[in-house]
Design a protein around this ligand. Structure first.
Ligand SMILES: Nc1nc2c(ncn2[C@@H]2O[C@H](COP(=O)(O)OP(=O)(O)O)[C@@H](O)[C@H]2O)c(=O)[nH]1
Ligand SMILES: [Mg+2]
Length: 346
């Protein structure tokens, strides 16, 4: 490297470190500075151990300023109209004077490297707004890792003053359950016409929903959407009542024609006052915090084990014994666990 290049390189590194300094980021985030918020989330998403410490410091600082938003989960199968809906709903919120953050949980992004929010084309108007922050799903992680990072991102967005945090997830696998455990209000988007089976919507997911919206209620589809809404309304009566004593609302909307979008906001406001006065809002957030404590602890312990080179050597050896039929898998796990705990005894 040429001397000048080295100087440039050192300067670049220094600038980078300064930009990633938790103090600097925190100040920026509190002022609502978008690039600080972005860098803060990048820090959270880092795999680097030092950066992880810095990220923890940043989250710690943001914590007292977090919690004031309403967190909304939005799910539904690919093609149901999530992105189009978020564009219309987000714009409605913006016109109401709210600041809106859109985050995503996309387990497939760890495989494809892509993301459901990659299609910002459907959020043209929304993504151009100053009071909107859009962040795609962190890639390269397990669902548990993505979930933790998204949850931490919510805290940062709240410290930055966002009033509504919309967490989008695609309706496959376990991601809905994960999103449900970090939001206050859970919205399920559904298509009319296609059967539940076809939509891959499990009954359990319908049971989690605080509102169910039949999308694309426009043109020829209007009547069908209405009929579907009626059917779902009847079906929901057969479900056991929710812990929050809230009867899930069912209605239709057209994000394309921007029809009935206000209903969603009205329902969220009704829901909020319902759970605030019953105390469920607070208890739910507390129990979510508890759940996340144990989830994070599990993740730390698992990482401690699986990132330990010595343990991996033991694991490989014992695995072979299981394959050879010399040990049962339970004996093997028990033996590994003993080696692991002994090695950590001081
Ligand atoms: N007719 C109609 N089409 C819609 C509506 N919302 C979304 N779409 C269309 O449905 C397709 C999938 O929408 P998109 O928002 O990308 O769905 P996502 O995969 O759930 O995010 C696109 O071609 C949209 O234009 C709607 O309200 N009415
Ligand atoms: Mg989409």
């Amino acid at each position: 490297m040429e001397p000048n290049n080295i100087k440039d390189w050192i300067k670049r590194k220094k600038d980078q470190r300064e930009r990633m300094n938790p103090e600097t980021l925190f100040d920026g985030i509190l002022k609502g500075d978008l690039s600080s918020l972005s860098s803060g989330i990048t820090l959270i998403e880092s795999q680097d151990k030092d950066q992880r410490y810095a990220a923890d410091g940043l989250i710690q600082k943001c914590l007292p300023y977090s919690g004031k938003s309403i967190r909304v989960g939005i799910t539904g199968v690919p093609g149901v109209g999530k992105s189009t809906f978020i564009e219309a709903f987000g714009m409605l919120l913006i016109r109401g004077g709210f600041k809106v953050a859109v985050l995503a949980i996309d387990p497939s992004s760890s495989v494809s490297g892509g993301s459901i929010l990659g299609d910002k084309t459907r959020m043209n108007e929304l993504s151009a707004q100053d009071s909107v922050f859009i962040r795609p799903s962190p890639a390269r992680y397990t669902l548990g890792g993505v979930a933790r990072k998204t949850r931490e991102s919510i805290l940062l967005c709240e410290a930055a003053g966002y009033d509504f945090i919309l967490v989008e997830t695609v309706g496959v696998g376990q991601s809905e359950t994960v999103v449900k455990s970090m939001v206050d209000f859970f919205l399920l988007l559904m298509l009319s016409g296609a059967g539940d089976e076809l939509q891959g919507i499990k009954k359990g997911i319908m049971e989690m929903a605080d509102a169910l919206v039949i999308t694309k209620a426009d043109g020829d589809n209007k009547l069908r959407a209405k009929l579907a809404a009626r059917e779902y309304k009847n079906a929901l009566h057969l479900f056991p009542s929710n812990k929050n004593n809230w009867i899930p609302k069912v209605f239709t909307c057209s994000a394309l024609e921007k029809k009935n979008i206000t209903n969603v906001l009205d329902v969220i406001e009704d829901f909020r006052s319902h759970v605030m006065s019953s105390g469920f809002f607070e208890t739910n957030r507390k129990s979510q915090d508890n759940k996340w404590l144990s989830e994070t602890l599990k993740e730390l312990i698992i990482n401690d084990f699986f990132l330990d080179g010595q343990m991996i050597i033991h694991l490989k050896e014992i695995e072979q014994k299981v394959i050879n039929g010399e040990k049962t898998s339970f004996q093997a796990a028990d033996e590994l666990y003993k080696i692991y705990t002994n090695a950590r005894r001081v």
